[in-house]
Design a protein around this ligand. Structure first.
Ligand SMILES: [Zn+2]
Length: 171
């Protein structure tokens, strides 16, 4: 099994390959790229293995973090049977990632998410999109959904911290 090196921001956790993992990547690539019974060339497969191995060492970016394209890291993780952001829904993942902005630590990120709804409530109309009355309405209609996502993101990150970065009491 590959080794997951967890980062406080789960989007940045990296996956290190162990023996046999390259074969799993190879099998996944061959299966996905076989077209009408014709398998991809060895050169192509080798390139893809190198490509995905690089992605496993970098951050998630794509559908999983609400960007409209395929995340290569997610594909590689699927081939390997691991998931560095298990049960983290994409809109929530986007918020978890944002919580670590400005160099915030794990605890600061959790506090940032805990205050998410409060900050939305405190947003003046002039800061909602460009402040036009039509867009203020659009903003306000999205607030209940954003709050739910913020709450889920907060819950997820607390559980993630407790599992992978537990707080230890000093004697
Ligand atoms: Zn991803």
């Amino acid at each position: 099994m590959p080794k997951i090196v967890r980062s406080p921001n789960p989007i940045n956790s990296v996956v290190e390959l162990e023996e046999g993992d390259i074969e799993k990547l190879r099998a996944g690539i061959v299966e996905d790229w076989t077209d009408d019974g014709v398998p991809p060339t060895d050169v192509f497969v080798a390139e893809q293995i190198e490509h995905l191995t690089g992605f496993l060492q970098s951050s998630h970016m794509g559908d999983c973090t609400c960007c409209p394209f395929t995340c290569e890291k997610c594909i590689a993780e699927e081939y390997l049977g691991v998931d560095t952001m298990q049960d983290l829904y994409k809109h929530d993942a986007y918020k978890v990632d944002a919580a670590f902005g400005d160099g915030r630590t794990m605890d600061e990120a959790i506090a940032w998410l805990a205050a998410y709804s409060e900050r939305l409530d405190a947003t003046p109309d002039s800061e909602k999109y460009d402040g036009s009355p039509k867009l203020i309405g659009l903003w306000d209609s999205a607030v209940p959904r954003w709050k739910r996502e913020g709450e889920r993101a907060h819950e997820w990150l607390v559980a993630y911290r407790d599992t992978h970065f537990p707080i230890t009491c000093s004697p």
